[in-house]
Design a protein around this ligand. Structure first.
Ligand code: SF4
Length: 265
């Protein structure tokens, strides 16, 4: 795909502009893949299984081509907008960036999100036997064909809950970091009533928190022997949810392209 192909693809009206800016990147579970330019580009570039193999040299070669293409497009964009890319004061920008990053890392929401990702890691580290026992229990139920039980459904439910928790484990931190960091950069340019990118990122983090809470509640039902530490995790997540809503009071109302709009399928 060259620059022209990419431009033509981007102009296809079936794509919802900017939908990929406020999603969770879980394309396998996304109901907007056919309306997402980002997904279409990935499909176009990486549909060959050989290319999908991260260890394959072709993969990195393709990535390198995307990099070159992006630089090319960036140059065109800068020229059309009258931006002199060479004029940026790299040193001052770097200092400010470093300061903003440190400030964001010390934000209470960001620290709580980081702590959450570590809690999840240690919980799963300690849960190997738990999942093994659950598997044995479900296999036994299948063998005995116990009436009133649905081991397959139970297995899928547990697996789904684990997948959701794992998917968002680090993403909550990443999205909150982006939200707080973005808010620091946005401050001088804030225009009242104009949607703020930081609210969009915070909303994605909040949705990830909501879904993680629901998934932990599901695990609690299936692993009553771990109720105490699951409850600790739920309390931590709920506090994080409240803190985030307080810090970004407009986040829940942010309209994400596609996801929060009435769109024709
Ligand atoms: S909008 Fe959906 S398909 Fe597009 S990048 Fe996000 S998750 Fe993937």
């Amino acid at each position: 795909m060259d620059k022209e192909d990419l431009k033509n693809l981007a102009n296809d009206p079936k794509f919802i502009p900017g939908i990929y800016n406020y999603c969770d990147r879980w394309c396998e579970r996304c109901s907007f893949t056919s309306r997402c330019l980002n997904f279409a580009i990935d499909e176009e570039r990486f549909s060959d299984p050989q290319i999908s193999d991260i260890s394959n040299e072709v993969f990195w070669q393709k990535l390198s081509e995307i990099f070159e293409l992006t630089l090319d497009m960036l140059q065109d964009f800068a020229e059309s907008e009258g931006i002199d890319l060479d004029s940026i004061d790299i040193e001052a920008e770097t200092q400010q960036e470093k300061l903003n990053k440190e400030t964001a890392q010390n934000n209470a929401c960001v620290r709580a999100a980081k702590a959450y990702s570590e809690m999840v890691a240690s919980w799963f580290d300690s849960a190997d036997d738990l999942f093994k026992d659950k598997e044995d229990e479900l296999n036994l139920k299948v063998r005995l064909a116990i009436t009133g039980t649905d081991p397959h459904k139970e297995s899928v439910t547990v697996e789904d809950a684990v997948q959701v928790i794992r998917w968002y484990q680090h993403q909550i931190y990443v999205k909150l970091m982006r939200a707080v960091h973005g808010e620091l950069a946005e401050k001088p340019d804030i225009i009242d009533d104009f949607p703020r990118d930081s609210d969009g990122s915070a909303k994605v983090a909040l949705i990830a928190i909501d879904r993680s809470i629901a998934s932990w509640a599901e695990l609690r039902n299936h692993f009553p022997e771990r109720e105490s530490d699951i409850l600790d995790t739920l309390v931590h997540l709920d506090r994080l949810r409240r803190k985030t809503e307080k810090y970004f009071p407009d986040a829940r109302a942010f309209i994400r392209p596609g996801f929060d709009e009435q769109v024709q399928r």
